[in-house]
Design a binder for this molecule. Structure first.
Ligand SMILES: CC(C)(COP(=O)(O)OP(=O)(O)OC[C@H]1O[C@@H](n2cnc3c(N)ncnc32)[C@H](O)[C@@H]1OP(=O)(O)O)[C@@H](O)C(=O)NCCC(=O)NCCS
Length: 223
């Protein structure tokens, strides 16, 4: 049996990712004080294994998951923003027996009845109004807002500075680009991409790209 990776009282957590978004995630996790970060995983560059990163070590890639479980680490959070990769990695992590941790920045404003699913991240300055529901693995990024009664399905990413009105439904794996505005009661289909700075007045079909002010549909995504 391997030696436990930590002797701390806090449960151990690994961040999957070792780039800019991982730094943001790590900061929020540490501010939350619920977990000790035991390290980061980087699948992109094997040469970074063992390197110091953001106050811990890059442990390696996906092959490290079973070893971490053996050592008693059972919480994980994704530390990159690319939605397709998040969908895939979350499933791998779940199958490896990890629980996805939530991370809510103490400087976010979250109404008392908001539901935040496992693996979801709410960044600094974000505002979630009453009745909002976030599925699993959702990102509400820096200074974004989601108004009353809006529902974000699993793996949605609301980018920095974007604003989602009241009673909006956003489907699984959709991206709302930086600084975009989605008007109240709009429905954004699964896998849709809202361009940065767009103003969305009407429903956006699944797997399409909408951009501009007002937003128009410009392409059908392959996702
Ligand atoms: C809308 C978007 C998906 C289009 O991406 P793309 O298909 O690769 O588009 P291109 O970069 O090839 O540009 C195609 C055209 O759209 C225009 N365009 C690109 N993004 C635009 C946007 N956000 N709003 C308006 N026009 C945009 C380009 O100027 C170009 O116009 P042209 O054909 O007249 O030259 C992308 O630009 C975008 O905004 N993504 C959101 C990114 C984001 O906010 N990520 C958050 C995490 S960092």
């Amino acid at each position: 049996m391997s030696r436990p990776i930590r002797a701390a009282t806090l449960p151990g957590l690994v961040v999957w990712g070792a780039g800019g978004h991982a730094r943001v995630v790590a900061d929020i996790v540490r501010l939350g004080g619920e977990f000790e970060i035991v390290g980061f995983l980087d699948d992109c560059d094997p040469e970074r294994q063992g390197a110091a990163f953001c106050g811990a070590t890059i442990l390696g890639g996906v092959d490290q998951l079973p070893r971490l479980r053996e050592r008693g680490v059972d919480h994980l959070i994704l530390g990159f923003g690319l939605i397709a990769a998040r969908l895939e990695r979350a499933e791998i992590a779940r199958r490896a027996g990890f629980r996805l941790a939530r991370a809510v920045h103490p400087g976010a404003t979250v109404a008392g009845d908001v539901g935040v699913g496992p693996g979801s991240l709410v960044a600094a300055g974000a505002v979630l109004s009453p009745g909002c529901l976030l599925g699993q693995n959702v990102i509400v990024n820096t200074s974004a807002s989601v108004d009353h009664g809006s529902h974000l399905a699993d793996h949605v990413h609301v980018s920095a500075g974007a604003h989602v009105g009241g009673d909006v439904e956003i489907g699984r794996g959709a991206l709302v680009g930086m600084g975009a505005n989605v008007m109240s009661r709009v429905r954004v289909g699964a896998g849709a991409v809202i361009g940065a700075g767009a103003l969305v007045l009407e429903d956006v079909p699944a797997r399409t790209v909408a951009r501009g002010v007002p937003a128009r549909i410009f392409a059908v995504e392959g996702r």
